[in-house]
Write a protein that binds this ligand. Structure first.
Ligand SMILES: Cc1cc2nc3c(=O)[nH]c(=O)nc-3n(C[C@H](O)[C@H](O)[C@H](O)COP(=O)(O)O)c2cc1C
Length: 236
């Protein structure tokens, strides 16, 4: 009964409360910005549109889906996905996904049909990157139909230097674990929004790093394709 009671709490109540913290964080931006190029920065809309989802429903409905409809994702949906993945939810900078030692080694990139964003968790903002050729290059580096047809590709990267001084040989393990937490948050948010998604671990790391112009200290860990579900999809 305890589980049942907990599971019927509206997911959105938790998410909305945490979302209100997004603008409160005070950590310096250099924690996030590991890129040499700096594009235009924009605030994302409030991620509160997850508010009606029930955790028990979302957990039961999440399924990897590899066929997508042609509709793009609106900024509201992208905002909610990014916030769920790595949004700041506490005054001291704590985020939706746990992080070993609260060192937050991950970075998120979103590639839509016509834009490439780098997520800045503090202040829930994006840096718009001038990388017009990146999307086809990343699709090719993944080489799966889902990557070509999804409205958005999310690339999760890591800066090992943020965790290696403290965790040494366990740093890579912690990075992989954190990428898993982050991807799952993102996939659950996608489910809550009625979207489809699939995590993809099979890709050419270097080709994605080159397409995104990543600094050498940053490595590609995981990718997630997200989009509207194809109508009448019968995929398992
Ligand atoms: C680490 C990891 C890597 C994965 N890589 C891929 C991939 O490259 N391509 C793909 O289509 N699915 C990939 N998947 C999705 C799995 O195939 C999927 O989770 C599995 O079939 C179970 O189905 P479900 O996600 O619907 O529960 C990956 C899943 C994980 C956890």
């Amino acid at each position: 009964m305890r589980f049942r009671g907990a599971s019927t709490i509206a997911l959105g109540a938790v998410l909305l409360a945490a979302a209100s913290m997004a603008a409160c964080a005070t950590l310096p931006e250099t924690v996030d910005a590991e890129r040499s190029s700096s594009g235009a920065v924009s605030a994302l809309p409030d991620p509160g549109n997850l508010s009606d989802a029930r955790l028990v429903d979302v957990l039961g409905q999440r399924r990897s889906t590899r066929t997508f409809g042609p509709q793009p994702l609106n900024d509201s949906a992208l905002s909610a996905l990014l916030w769920a993945a790595q949004g700041v939810t506490s005054e001291w900078g704590g985020r939706t996904a746990p992080s070993a030692g609260a060192l937050y080694p991950l970075e998120l990139y979103v590639l839509t049909a016509d834009a490439v964003w780098h997520y800045l968790p503090h202040g829930h903002r994006i840096e718009i990157l001038p990388l017009s050729g990146a999307r086809p290059a990343v699709e090719e580096a993944i080489g799966q139909e889902a990557a070509a047809s999804a409205a958005a590709l999310v690339v999760i990267t890591a800066v090992p230097e943020r965790v290696a001084p403290k965790y040494g040989g366990r740093a890579e393990r912690y990075i992989a674990l954190e990428a898993g937490h982050t991807a799952q948050n993102l996939l659950l948010a996608a489910t809550a929004l009625g979207l489809a998604g699939v995590p993809m671990g099979a890709f050419a790391d270097r080709a994605i790093a080159e397409a995104l112009g990543l600094p050498s200290a940053q490595e590609v860990i995981y990718t997630v394709a997200v989009g509207h579900p194809a109508s009448a999809s019968t995929e398992r």
